[in-house]
Design a protein around this ligand. Structure first.
Ligand SMILES: NC(=O)c1ccc[n+]([C@@H]2O[C@H](COP(=O)([O-])OP(=O)(O)OC[C@H]3O[C@@H](n4cnc5c(N)ncnc54)[C@H](OP(=O)(O)O)[C@@H]3O)[C@@H](O)[C@H]2O)c1
Length: 315
């Protein structure tokens, strides 16, 4: 978010007001920027994707595709379908047990690797310097790729510092374009930022209409760490897809609850990775760049915040 502001020279408030136009200009401004891999244009994602620039200069689509539970041949087909309708960012993790399916879907699509932004995460069982390096190589092998765009520490437990040092090494070796974390509270991130040599670029945390995380959002913006929302629909919990407030807002723009939610994330400058197994939903979820929520809509959605996780079983 901060980088978007830097690129375009406009304020955060202005972005919130003019999300679509701004993201389009940010996308254009981003072309030609170099990254840790040195090549100026080689790793740019599809022009049809809206892009944010991370604190190391790497560009990332603001709307991607989640892959939790999408395993085996179903997962493979979903990934290939998602690529065919324009998704370029894919979020997987060792613990999802589907890196092979994601890799197979990528292969099946026939797309060039450089057009994609592939994220995976190291799971707690593999934490520590040596184990992380091994786990990373296994992820590459399963995915059938020779680098990752983003590698995250899945949860803030155990030997986070040893894990981070391994990730810094892999980053310096140009095997990962950006490194980051997931599920870190601000104080845990502060501790890592004080320790690290290479700053985290992303924190992927639970964020949706019922758990909006304004404090974490503010903290991440202040520290130039990109916020990424997991479960942007709360997996449909708490009646997300039938919520009347979202539906009333959607009616004004002829949009669904899913589209209103994703647009709301987008206008907050938050990267989302909605998951779906249905091609019609894949298309629907990408169709959020042709309307704009006004300030009153944003205020109304803010009131849906229950300020608590919808996934207590994962705590
Ligand atoms: N870092 C972490 O700890 C963490 C934790 C959880 C998730 N994640 C990541 O975040 C991604 C997204 O979160 P999630 O998978 O938990 O859930 P989600 O994206 O919030 O919701 C997925 C559910 O929404 C439904 N859906 C999608 N689009 C829809 C639409 N347009 N209309 C109606 N229903 C729709 C899907 O059903 P259909 O298949 O029927 O469309 C599915 O049941 C994950 O896949 C994963 O990559 C990360």
């Amino acid at each position: 978010m901060k980088n978007l502001n830097k690129m375009d020279g406009i304020t955060r408030r202005k972005f919130l007001q003019t999300g679509a136009t701004f993201a389009a200009s940010a996308m254009l401004a981003g072309f030609g920027a170099s990254n840790v891999f040195g090549a100026a244009n080689k790793y740019l994602v599809s022009p049809s994707s809206q892009i944010v620039t991370l604190n190391n200069g790497v560009q990332m689509p603001i709307l991607g595709f989640g892959t939790l539970y999408l395993t085996g041949s179903v997962g493979e087909k979903c990934i290939a379908d998602a690529i065919s309708v324009g998704y370029r960012l894919f979020d997987t993790a060792t613990i999802y047990d589907n890196e092979d399916a994601v890799g197979a879907g990528i292969k099946r699509s026939g797309i060039n690797r450089e057009e994609l932004f592939v994220t995976s995460k190291v799971w707690v069982d593999d934490y520590g310097f040596e184990n992380t390096k091994k786990a990373f190589e296994t992820s590459l092998e399963k995915l059938g790729v020779d680098y990752l765009d983003l590698y995250l520490i899945h949860r803030p437990r155990g030997d986070v510092k040893g894990t981070w040092r391994a990730m810094e090494d892999l980053y310096r070796e140009n095997k990962i374009r950006a490194i980051g974390v997931s599920n870190f509270e601000p104080d845990q991130l502060t501790e890592l930022i004080e320790y690290c040599e290479i700053k985290p670029t992303v924190n992927q945390i639970e964020t949706h209409a019922f758990f909006q995380q304004p404090g974490a959002h503010e903290y991440l913006n202040q520290h130039d760490v990109q916020m990424q929302a997991w479960s942007p629909f709360a997996q449909g919990r708490n009646g997300h897809f039938t919520n009347e407030t979202l539906a009333e807002i959607g009616e004004k723009y002829n949009k669904t609850n899913a589209q209103v939610s994703l647009r709301w994330h987008y206008q907050r400058g938050i990267v989302t990775i909605p998951r779906t197994s249905q091609k019609a939903h894949m298309i629907e979820n990408r169709n959020i760049f042709d309307f704009e929520l006004d300030e009153s809509d944003m205020r109304t959605i803010a009131q849906l915040d229950l300020n608590t996780t919808q996934f207590p079983e994962w705590e």
